[in-house]
Design a protein around this ligand. Sequence first.
Ligand code: IMP
Length: 195
Amino acid sequence: MANIDLIFATNNANKVKEIKAVTGNHLNILSLKEAGIEIDIPEPHDTLEANASEKSRVIHAITKKNCFSEDTGLEVFALNGEPGVKSARYAGDTRDFQANIDLLLHRLSNKVNKTAQFRTVISLIWNNQEYLFEGICKGQINADQKGSEGFGYDPIFIPDGSSKRFAEMTMDEKNKFSHRKKAMQQLMSFLNTKW
Ligand code: IMP
């Protein structure tokens, strides 16, 4: 079985690490950096699906190669799904992780329900056709921030089935629950039918 190159349209080194940890030997994931592409891809849309599509289409237009992108949002039930698609820039364009967490905790402080979910949408462009995959991880927001692993909202998110925040987990532990892993598993199952 031949190895397959697949460009991952992201500049986020954490995401690349998490994805490479769950893909098998036959899938050779190339970050934008590894593919020699320097670009800040816009995320102008108001859904995860549209942003994921935009990113994979931009990279496919440049490279003409098979590629995928993902867009992820933290959806908090008591905040009507916020920050959702705005997760990266919730507290402003500086994309400051701590400022985003502070704003979220402030808005959630008077709410009883702390239920939330991470939702990842992957857009794969395979042989010039686009396919979408989704992965969801449900859990709770905990205002007591802990841990230094991961990124983004990881210090305040406890996935269902664990007592630890994502930021307290190794990457392998996080990948037992992760939204991104679940979406990636679907992509890999799809590719298995093509090999
Ligand atoms: P994007 O998919 O790069 O637009 O990610 C949006 C934002 O969601 C990131 O900047 C992070 O703040 C947050 N985020 C995405 N994935 C995760 C995750 O696995 N853990 C914690 N935060 C995440």
